[in-house]
Ligand binder design. Sequence first.
Ligand code: HSE
Length: 298
Amino acid sequence: NKIKIFSPATVANVSCGFDVLGFCLDSIGDEMVIRKVDKKGIAITRIEGFDLPFEAELNVAGVSALAMYNSLDLSFGFEIEIYKNIKPGSGIGSSAASAVGSVFGMNELLGRPFSKTQLTEFAIKGEALASKCEHADNLAPALFGGFTLVKSVSPLKILEIPSPDDLYATIIHPQIEIKTSESRAVLPKEVPLSDAIEQWANLGSLVHALHTSDYELISHSLRDVIIEPYRSQLIPYFDNVKEAVLNVGALGAGISGSGPSIFSLSKGLDTANKVKDAMHDVYSKTDIAFDIHVSKIN
Ligand code: HSE
């Protein structure tokens, strides 16, 4: 009647796949304990790590839990404990981890009545509370693992994309907060056709490269001509980090989700660790606190 779960951090967009592509990290995530209780409803009983609302209707994990709970007619309820490791506003899917964790745990306790896609539907409600819009590019990889592509939100269609065996991500999280809603506000409403052509060519070739384990093509496809020029201005030393990681052999780098975290992809753990050192060198010369994670992409 009780389950403890790990709800992973995720990298959304992956340069050319704004709002559709994402991948899952295995080295950082939240923990949650979900308990079946006699009292009906959803109660958040403990939150550690960050200061977040206890009222279920105001809490991302609570909103997705309520979306699922209200779709059922149960004679019992659930209590949720949240041990938050992913800082809100860090760009690695903090709200998605919360939104997914509660519904995943409840589904397990109920004997898995819902598919992962249905769980994503409930989690979208929680995500929307945080980012003011319904997108699933962090939710899908948190639930399915690996790389996912959200083909459409309505109706929700998620594709699982394979990835090469030796693909690693290195993520630096500068400790400044950028709210997703704010970093969406800086984006243009219209894009030139020539940029759109370049972007969808890159997204198509990145997906192809992931299918065929073509590291060189991954490297050539990790470009973002539409979003990065605007958002990178909100991230101190973004260009320096990008240059430094490419110099030590990274396949590419870009903004993780809506920032400020910066992700980089590498072939092999050795290179991923060199990328970590290169990121460290750039940020240790500044007065901004940061942390860095290396994760295998499974
Ligand atoms: N695709 C979203 C964005 C992810 O970039 O705004 C952040 O939640």
